[in-house]
Each structure stands twice: as structure tokens, then as C-alpha cells.
Design a binder for this molecule. Sequence first.
Ligand code: ADP
Ligand code: K
Ligand code: ZN
Length: 431
Amino acid sequence: MYYEAAEGLARESLEKLQTERLKRTIATCLRSPFYSGRLGALGLTPDDFNSPADIRKLPFTTKDDLRANYPYGLLCQPMDHYVRLHASSGTTGTPTAIFYTQNDLDSWAGLVARCMYAVGLRKGDVFQNMSGYGLFTGGLGIHYGAERLGLLTVPAGAGNSKRQLKLLRDFHVSGVHIIPSYALHFASFLKEEGVDPRSLNWRIALIGAEPHTEEARQRIQDLLGLKAFNSYGMTEMNGPGVAFECEKQAGMHVWEDAYIAEIINPETGEPAAEGEMGELVMTTLCRDGMPILRYRTRDLTRFIPGACACGRTHRRIDRITGRADDMLIIKGCNIYPMQIEQALMSMPEVAQNYLIELFKEGEMDQLRVKVEIKDEFFVEDMRALTGLQKKIAARLRDEILVTPRVELVQHDSIPKGEGKAVRVVDLRAKQ
Ligand code: ADP
Ligand code: K
Ligand code: ZN
């Protein structure tokens, strides 16, 4: 039923396991320059941690801490124990580097294999990893997990849609890993090529690495003719394999035997009330090389109350609605890019891509949304186009309480890079 017995552990046993692993993690941390200083100053030792809740005795670790101690300040083992590093893609500022021992890589591959098993991939499946390799963890991280599960793994890498399609067909690929913005782009590509996605052998896509809405998932499923599962992780916590949807598609299970997850009020640092939105804070429990305690992910989500129908006991988090640092403030309204995506993706006229631009008009901050329109709606009739423009602006105003400028553009005209999509461009400084 599960890939590992740990997935069905009763709460009490799971917490006992977490406590043991937390004690071990604290002991390991005391060997790194950064944590020995920080924990030493507070006089904390493994004996102070006798339940998962005792984690609150620890201060948070922030991205700035990682930057200030870059590159080697959090390492707990002699240098010759490390076999790999990854760096975060630097969506927000300077990158941070994470170092792995062979044990760390083995345990990470096991976690990713569990995720893949949970969505229905099995030995015998052919799996194409359509995400970039290199420093980005979505390449090798997913790759080794797939091999661990015993999938025939095609390391396709990112981009080059024609070649992706050839590989999908030639090897009868049944599962893929693809970032959601590229999945939507790939759907348009298939349409242009006249390929019926239902003629392909694929049935499962793992989508993640960037925020996306339920509406975007539905589109991906409809347009590609498969089931798409939300995959969550970040470099600081290994990479993918931190939290994952199961076949029920009802939130993402956090692997609690490998991590302690907390959700806090980002302003006060106190635990959020049960089921309330807040910032996800993560602690590694199975890492020897570079454990990280109470890492502030900046990602906003909530715990989903209750048990999952799949039987796994590990708690679920909701879809990430954005990063705390993603929030735009326009005319006093707090706006998250995902609200805009949600509104756009629910409109049948809108094609697969959009771009949010911030600019100044006089002293006022303004918001412009460039929206790709499907060919059949991109007509020469001015009145029809103006009507559509107004309709989109009104739909967005309902969602974000500000009326943005809406610019209609032809589908595929917004440049699409190979990595994570750039959703917001700030032109204000350049004006
Ligand atoms: P960077 O911070 O440079 O983008 P990472 O590649 O480590 O580096 O990205 C991790 C971040 O990507 C997460 O903290 C989160 O903001 C985002 N992310 C990853 N998976 C998802 C997902 N399934 N849904 C929403 N956001 C995600
Ligand atoms: K990150
Ligand atoms: Zn489940």
C-alpha cells in the first residue's frame, strides 16, 4: 500500500521517531561553526528536546543566515564526506548552496521515490524528467528518485519541445516531471503540431517548483490528457520530495519522518491556529551533512485538518499561495500574483501565459497585466477586443480590488524561458 511503512505510522510513533531524530540532528548541528555558536550561546543540548514541540526552543534560521555563512559555515562533517552540492535558483536574490553526503543523497532519493509511488508510478513505467539539470535540484533530485523507484528514466532536461515530443513518443513515456508554466506552454506546442495529447502514453505528470493555482492544474490536466500532481520542495530542504500530493489530490503530505513542519504567523513567529494560513517553517531530521533547523521558507500555506483518505498519516499542507516576499502592494491593496493567475486561468478566452508589470504613472504605482489570448478570440474586430479587455479587467478587479491596465497579446508572444516562469516585472526603478 505504501512505499515505506513509515507512511502509515500512528501519530504517537511518528512523534517518537521525530523526537529521536531531532535529538540526533541537534547533536550533529553542534558540530557546525554556525549552529555550535548559536546553540552554544543558548546552552541548548540534545537533552533539551523531548518532543517535537520542543523545537520551539530553537531560534529560526533564515535565508540571510545561510547567505552570511556561505558557503561552508553550516557544514557538520569533515570536507571529504561531501559528494555533491546544489544551489537554489536564486529567484529572490543571491543563491545559497546546500552540501550533501552520500547518506544525504540516499535518503533524499528515497523520499522522492516515495512521492512518485504515492501518485501511482511503478517499476515498469517510463519516466521523462523535463526539468533542467545542473545546480537546480529538480533535475538530479527527481532523477535519482525515479531510478530508486525502478523507473526507466529519460533525463531529457528542459526546453526543446520538438525533442521532448520525440522522446515521449519513441519510448512510450508514461510519466513526466515538468514545471507548470512549461506544461502550459507545451500544451500550446502540441496543439500547433496537431498532436492529440491523448494519443500519447503518458498518464501522470509531477508539476511543481513554482507556485500555480488549482485552475492552472485543471488546465494542464485537460490540455495534456493526464493527471497532474503537485510537487513541493526547496533546495534548503534537499529539493523536491519535501511534500507531495498522493493519488487523492487533496493537499500535499509532508514526510514527517524526515522533516518537522510548522506553520507560523510570519509577523509574530508564533504557531498559526489549526488550519490557518501562515509561513511554513521546516527542520531536517535525516541530514548528516548540513542539517537546517526551523528554516523560514517564506512560503505561505496552511495545514489541512483531518486525515487523508489514502491512509497516510503524515500531515498535509495546502497549495502554496505564494511567497511572503511576492506580495505586491498597489493602491493600498495587498495582491498576490496567484490571485491574478486564478482569475485569468478561469477565463476560456485566455491562453496559457501572462505577465504582471508594475510601473509608475506620476507618483502612483500602477499594475499592468499582459494577457495572452487564444487565437480564436484574437480577432480584428476592435469592438470585440475592447469588450474582452474590459471583461478581463473587471474579472481581475473583483479578485484583487484594483483595476489593472489589461493588454491583450497574441498567444506565445510573452517570452518563455526554460526555468521557473517570471510572473512579475517591476519597471518602477527604471522609470
Ligand atoms: P529559489 O528560491 O531560488 O526559487 P528553489 O529552486 O529552491 O530556489 O525553489 C524553492 C521554492 O520554489 C519554494 O520555496 C517555493 O517558493 C517554490 N516552490 C517549489 N515547489 C512549489 C510548489 N509545488 N508550489 C508552489 N511553490 C513551489
Ligand atoms: K527557496
Ligand atoms: Zn493522501
